[in-house]
Design a protein around this ligand. Sequence first.
Ligand SMILES: NC(=O)c1ccc[n+]([C@@H]2O[C@H](COP(=O)([O-])OP(=O)(O)OC[C@H]3O[C@@H](n4cnc5c(N)ncnc54)[C@H](OP(=O)(O)O)[C@@H]3O)[C@@H](O)[C@H]2O)c1
Length: 323
Amino acid sequence: MKAIVLTSFSGPESFELRDVPKPVPGTGQVLVRVHATSINPLDYQVRRGDYPDLVPLPGITGHDVSGVVEAVGPGVTAFSPGDEVWYTPQIFDGPGSYAEYHVAAESIVGKKPPSLSHLEAASLTLVGGTAWEALAVRAALRVGESILIHGGAGGVGHVAIQLAKAMGARVFTTVREENFEFARSLGADVVIDYEKEDYVDAIMRETGGSGVDVVFDTIGGNALTRSPDALAQLGRVVTIVDVAQPQNLIQAWGKNASYHFVFTRQNRGKLDELSALIERGQLRPHVGAVYSLADIPLAHARLETPNNGLRGKIAIAVEPSTH
Ligand SMILES: NC(=O)c1ccc[n+]([C@@H]2O[C@H](COP(=O)([O-])OP(=O)(O)OC[C@H]3O[C@@H](n4cnc5c(N)ncnc54)[C@H](OP(=O)(O)O)[C@@H]3O)[C@@H](O)[C@H]2O)c1
């Protein structure tokens, strides 16, 4: 099968399109013909060498699969050949999704929502699972609460806006001005141009000084340190960005704030929850660009360029060859 193989921890040129052996499903595993995958910041973080001890080289990275079950290993009960499925491969545990075929434990695989194309489905598994974990599981967002979602035009942010609306929250989000309409179309109530206005000032103005119940940090930098300034009493902060520098959280005491640190976990349950929202018309991933498997290096270069003009996700169309 064809796969995009990472040969060294460096720039996008360190990927090679190679023929590699097709994997074989073991006990409790399914073999999936990959129709689409997508690109996440984690992919270029892996590629440039942020996690050298966790990724053996040469190796296959990639963290989203939408495809069709081709074969099942012994003991598999939930899936049969021909089923359309979607999932995020187990992160840092085996080959990723930049390939024509992938093998996964059936416990992390879900039935693909029928109303999504493979490109759409592959654009949602990692970011959707992460946003669900952050908002529903960790922040436990409640009907009538308010939330600030940073980076509302990005992969995670554009899904988080839709989830927060589905949960009945008032949504504030930071985006560039050119993305105001996009963010509103997803359900954002208040859009803040992060290039032109300080978001704490905007939150305080829009909430009459009371702040928001939840801050969802998808941007890193000093967001954790500043979050208490935008929070209401007993507010919660959820971050998905592992900033390596120490963060000063002293202001959190004044707000009785709690912090949650999320590294996305894989399971079928989360995918099924997302699927239910999709089928009710409350959630839809936005595919901002599509590249081929061979052009993954170009897709990486684009995603890691600041102000890249992207909305939502970059999806990768994987056309299986005959071998
Ligand atoms: N812990 C986990 O499990 C987990 C899971 C998924 C993602 N992540 C992390 O979460 C982060 C976001 O992921 P993603 O997939 O959403 O990335 P993405 O698709 O690249 O989106 C990032 C968004 O942030 C915006 N942005 C950049 N600087 C900003 C600022 N100062 N204020 C407001 N928005 C800003 C960008 O907008 P512009 O176009 O305006 O630059 C872009 O829309 C990455 O660091 C990723 O590694 C962690």
